[in-house]
Design a binder for this molecule. Structure first.
Ligand code: GLV
Length: 341
């Protein structure tokens, strides 16, 4: 009797030619349309699977994996993984992986672009022009804030934050950062970035960029009190996670002129966007696309496929997934996990 092949659930449509590589080793159940899966649907999909390829739309914790005795690996297509309850997955002996590095430069490009769009009012100006409001050229139309030689504040100085700092050198910006831990001096020199405490970052940044990972500890870190410490001429750009910013406090600050402008790619209730933000002219709103270049999104799926294949003990990296989150789960692997050499 031939042994049944392990089964993989792919939660969202992802590049079929890249995902198709899984078929060499596994039976693959794909999802034809972008779907907001209810928790019960996720649990049902995982119940009969050995592995899953998921995205930030899919929240997975103890209830979703409780009825999935065969599930050994979840490959998240994204660098942030606050959609996964890592402690619960580790307890269940399920390895989780993410996709760092491959998206660093693309995401840094976008962070810079969003910050520039907010500072120079690019989308606001375009809406105004398309609305037919440009009746004659005026010297004072859509005056914005400069980036060159301004102070850039980066909150969260991981790989993407460092990529943004390197870009800032080309604009002759002064770069300040705050991070859970200070970078080694050599890296600070390379990024031409100076470490400051959180309040100093808020007070001195002309443009503040959020690139830190989400955790409950940083929920609404940027609240009314934090915004009140910023310069009224400053901009705030968030490419991290929506929950880090109190959106009502931000809408108050933008509406009252307490803050000049904002650029947001992420939202607390996405895909829903706070209607108060939608009504404001001085905020650039994009739909969580910071890593969205074609090449990078393909590379993210390819890395997730490699992770899943290796985590399930097959392929060239069998047993050694390139970017595990909870390597501890490998140590307490469920029976049946094939280990590579
Ligand atoms: C996108 O937000 C990601 O975490 O990759």
């Amino acid at each position: 009797m031939t042994e049944a092949r392990p089964r993989i659930w792919v939660s969202q449509p992802l590049f079929p030619d890249v995902v198709g590589r899984l078929r060499e080793y596994f039976d693959v159940v794909e999802t034809a349309q972008v779907t907001r899966h209810a928790p019960a649907q996720i649990a049902a999909a995982l119940a009969a699977c050995d592995g899953a390829l998921v995205t930030l739309n899919d929240r997975i914790g103890a209830p979703e994996v409780a009825g999935a005795p065969r599930l050994r690996a979840i490959a998240n297509v994204g660098v942030g993984y606050n959609n996964l309850d890592i402690a619960a997955l580790t307890d269940a002996g399920i390895l989780a992986t993410n996709t760092p590095d491959v998206l660093t430069e693309t995401t840094a490009d976008f962070g810079f672009a969003l910050m520039m769009a907010a500072a120079r009012r690019i989308t606001e100006a375009e809406r105004w022009l398309r609305d037919g409001q440009w009746r004659q050229w005026s010297f004072e139309t859509m005056l914005g804030m400069d980036l060159h030689r301004a102070t850039l504040g980066i909150l969260g100085m991981g790989r993407i934050g460092q990529g943004i700092a390197r870009r800032a050198a080309g604009f002759d910006m002064r770069v300040l950062y705050h991070n859970r831990s200070r970078l080694p001096e050599s890296l600070e020199r390379e990024c031409r970035a100076g470490y400051v405490d959180f309040d100093t970052l808020l007070a001195q940044a002309d443009h503040l960029l959020l690139v830190l990972p989400y955790s409950p500890q940083v929920h609404h870190l940027i609240d009314a009190a934090a915004l009140a410490k910023m310069k009224p001429t400053a901009t705030l750009t968030n490419i991290a996670r929506g929950g880090i910013v109190d959106e009502d406090a931000l809408a108050d600050a933008l509406g009252s002129g307490r803050l000049a402008a904002a650029g947001l790619d992420v939202y607390e209730g996405e895909p829903a966007v706070n209607p108060r933000l939608l009504a404001l002219r001085n905020v650039v709103l994009t739909p969580h696309i910071a890593s969205g270049s074609l090449a990078t999104r393909r590379a993210m799926v390819a890395l997730a496929v490699d992770n899943l294949t290796a985590a399930l003990g097959v392929g060239p990296d069998a047993g050694r997934p390139p970017t595990p989150i909870n390597a501890a789960a490998l140590a307490q692997a469920k029976p049946g996990l094939k280990r590579g050499a």
